[in-house]
Design a binder for this molecule. Structure first.
Ligand code: HAM
Length: 402
């Protein structure tokens, strides 16, 4: 019998995992630079949190949750996204005033699997809670943009829109509904069924969205406050040199958004999964889950998609392989000394021949082979086109001078 990973999930192992590790380290670095401490939250939550937080008309809640009754008979769901949990944690913490958090981990949606669309996928994200300031939107959007740029992902576009708030959105939704009713015969059955429940979702439809270029635009219906907020966000992005495009069809798939909505799109990927990240403001979410009114803004990035867009990993996971001519016990000790100096090194514990150890080194594609010849003897440092005989204590200096 042989088991395969469940449909839509992946075993991420070396060498691919090394590129993941590099990207996740970069994320820790960038999110910390912007002042977002780590939040580690449950992988499953009460189903109702997502129903009320993410929204009962969102596709994620209707079709994509992994929901089950636990042994105590409670309905729980594997987290399909992070924002509802982060806001719940903020409310539970009793903290007053602004609060920031960064997360990184697996999320789950029952999707039709394809490249870049997985049932278990990895998101990194931040939430900036308890401030209505448009500068928070700007900071958050900038962080996502700078991080993506730092991963060296080519051709990323930032799309932004404002979808209004409870003051101005009803007027927009009414106009959109009327337009969609007039054009019902051009729409798929699924979109028609959404007109009453959540007409904004129709703009998001892969099938019908592109047909709706003449539909009313949210930006034409914004109230004074929302228009001002959006103008400040754009001004802030311009002052930081973050390039963006306005996209009036961008409405996002989750129900909690108010005002700012944005997406990072990798133009080199297939349109079905080229959104490498997205986010926005969610000023009504805290109340929707039973908390006090608390504004917030954030984003999440899909690491699986970023890795897909980055292509094959370039960097080996080791700096060197240690070949021992005097057996594995010596290699254990020498490797320990090198690791203590920060060198990423591995060796053979099975006492295989020197020839076999060299074969392993070449399979691992290490840039340097260190040959241990015995106590009191210099280490033979071999790289492509270069060779040096160095005392063990000088090996780490040699690495740092490269
Ligand atoms: P989202 O747009 O649903 O937003 O997901 C964010 C990103 O996660 C997507 O742009 C995509 O890159 C990745 N992603 C989503 N589903 C999958 C999947 N099935 N397979 C691979 N990657 C996927 C949110 O989740 C919001 N919580 C973001 C947010 C934070 N808004 C405010 N704060």
């Amino acid at each position: 019998m042989s088991f395969q990973p469940p449909k839509g999930t992946d075993d991420i192992i070396a060498p691919e995992s090394q590129a993941w590790r590099k990207t996740l380290r970069l994320w820790d670095d960038w999110s910390e630079r912007y002042g977002y401490p780590l939040v580690n939250l449950p992988i499953f939550e009460a189903t109702e949190l997502f129903e009320r937080g993410v929204g009962e008309t969102s596709e994620v809640v209707i079709k994509q949750m992994y929901t089950f009754a636990d042994q105590g008979g409670r309905s729980v769901s594997l987290r399909p996204e992070g924002t509802a949990s982060v806001v719940r944690a903020y409310l539970n913490s009793g903290h007053q005033g602004v609060w920031k958090g960064a997360y990184s981990g697996p999320f789950f949606r029952y999707e039709r699997p394809q490249a870049g669309r997985r049932r278990q996928f990895w998101q990194v994200g931040v939430e900036y809670i308890a401030t209505p300031s448009p500068l928070a939107d700007v900071e958050v959007i900038e962080l996502g943009y700078r991080f993506i740029t730092a991963t060296e992902l080519p051709d990323v576009a930032l799309l932004i829109n404002s979808i209004g708030d409870p003051v101005c959105r009803p007027r927009y939704v009414a106009a959109l509904e009327e337009y969609l009713r007039e054009h019902e015969s051009d729409l798929s059955a699924e979109s028609v069924s959404l007109i009453d429940r959540n007409p904004l979702r129709v703009l998001d439809s892969k099938v019908d969205g592109p047909k709706l270029t003449e539909a009313p635009r949210t930006l034409d219906y914004l109230c004074e406050e929302c228009a001002q907020h959006f103008a400040s966000v754009k001004e802030g992005l311009e002052s930081l040199g973050v390039p963006y495009k306005e996209d009036s069809s961008l409405v996002r798939g989750l129900d909690y958004y108010t005002r700012t909505a944005f997406e990072y799109v990798a133009t080199g990927l297939d349109a079905a999964q080229n959104a490498v990240g997205g986010g926005g403001r969610y000023d009504g979410l805290a109340e929707a889950i039973g908390g006090r009114p608390t504004p917030g803004v954030g984003f999440a990035l899909g690491i699986d998609r970023i890795m897909l867009a980055l292509g094959e990993p370039q960097r080996p996971h080791l700096d060197a392989y240690l070949v021992s001519e005097t057996g594995p016990e010596d290699a254990l000790r020498v490797a320990s000394a090198l690791r203590d100096e920060g060198i990423r090194v591995d060796f053979d514990v099975d006492g295989r021949s020197v020839k076999a150890q060299f074969r392993t080194a070449s399979r691992l594609q290490v840039p340097v082979v260190l040959v241990w010849k015995g106590e009191g003897q210099p280490v033979d440092v071999q790289t492509e086109g270069e060779r040096a005989m160095l005392p063990l204590r000088e090996v780490s200096t040699w690495f740092s001078s490269r």
